[in-house]
Design a binder for this molecule. Structure first.
Ligand code: MRU
Length: 354
């Protein structure tokens, strides 16, 4: 049940509660743990767009609840045509929030299938089936994280020192996390010695969120600037690199937070294993390779004035892709809830979950 998601963590990134979506506003972390209630699909879309809710699997879960909210306030005798328009609009709105996260489209597709199956005849039945499906997506992700954690831990040697990038923990998923789920599991299994956390510019998901989560889990870590990572590798300090993914193409090319590709190139140069951890819902069977993955562009302000602090002159030209593409040839293995996959990655075409 969903309640078990809350029990495994001292915080809850998203939670269905008394007919609304309660979420932890990640923009405020680590200064403030503020929970917010989303009561409409527009609230959810705005939370995802503004990164109050973020991380590919969590975006998918939240969007699914957004579809529930879209039908929730309609009267029992709502006109079927209006109901259909309402759901279609909600699917489009939520699907327009973050273009790279495959889990978003995967989750919306599952919600659409429920709508198509149940139809507009009985709004009460439709509401309850949509909520069941959203909760199922949430629960499944929790279980998938647990399995990714176990599979990934088996790959690590004893006393591993792991470098990670961005945030892939309970704040980014419905469970213990993907890459970070492996760190948590390896720590409990006494296989992990230390974690190095990239601060992850420009929005500092590593410094703000991963550092916050690892502190809560009492996992020993050191925060580094992104540009320190190569030096640590050169010094032989890093045993393995584990990152998450926002979208994985059929051939294994992977979109993840900007900076991931550089880490993969460096890992290759230094002979360090580079692992990608993600549920199969992140694999997009419609995308043959990394070239075809849409890359979200972020606003100039996030670079020139991060968190309101002016760092660059106003009006300067800024290029700020949110993600980059790591070619499959640089990835030592992809860890999913179904196991560890090593190159070649052609099988990915047939491997997506439900
Ligand atoms: O822009 P964000 O913060 O949503 O980016 C998140 C990432 O890039 C994560 O590494 C990825 O979603 C995997 S989360 C389990």
């Amino acid at each position: 049940m969903i309640e078990s998601v809350a029990r495994t963590k001292s915080y809850c990134a998203v939670e269905w509660k008394e007919g609304h979506l309660r979420y932890l506003d990640q923009r405020k972390l680590p200064r403030e743990e503020r929970y917010v209630e989303a009561t409409t699909e527009s609230d959810v879309a705005e939370a995802i767009r503004s990164l109050a809710i973020r991380g590919a699997p969590l975006i998918g879960i939240a969007a699914a609840y957004g579809i529930v909210l879209a039908v929730q306030r309609l009267p029992e005798d709502a006109d079927p045509a209006m109901l259909r328009v309402r759901v279609e609009r909600a699917l489009t709105l939520l699907g327009s929030t973050r273009p790279t996260a495959a889990n978003l489209f995967w989750a919306l597709d599952r919600m659409r299938k429920v709508f198509d199956r149940v139809g507009t005849g009985n709004i009460e039945t439709l509401r309850s089936r949509l909520l069941d499906e959203a909760m199922r997506i949430h629960r499944e992700d929790e279980e998938q994280c647990r399995r990714i954690g176990e599979f990934g831990t088996q790959l690590l040697p004893l006393a591993a020192t792991v470098l990670t990038h961005c945030n892939t923990g309970g704040l980014a998923t419905g469970g213990i996390g993907t890459a970070q789920g492996i760190l948590a599991t390896a720590w409990r299994s006494h296989k992990l010695k230390h974690v190095y956390v990239d601060e992850t510019r420009p929005l500092f998901q590593g410094a703000r969120l991963t550092a916050w989560e690892l502190s809560k889990l009492h996992i020993p870590f050191t925060l580094i600037t992104d540009s320190t990572a190569p030096f640590l590798m050169q010094r032989g300090i890093i045993t393995a690199i584990i990152v998450g993914a926002d979208r994985i193409a059929r051939n294994g090319d992977t979109a993840n937070k900007i900076g991931t590709y550089g880490l993969a190139v460096l890992a290759h140069h230094h002979g360090i294993p580079f692992y990608v951890a993600a549920p199969r819902s992140t694999i997009d069977p419609a995308v043959p390779d990394g070239e075809a993955i849409p890359i979200e562009q972020r606003s100039a302000d996030e670079v020139t004035r991060p968190f309101g602090l002016q760092l660059a002159p106003d009006g300067v030209d800024v290029y700020s892709p949110a993600f980059d593409i790591t070619p499959h040839g640089l990835i030592s293995a992809i860890i999913t809830e179904a196991g560890v996959v090593k190159p070649p990655y052609e099988f990915l075409e047939h491997s997506r979950g439900a």
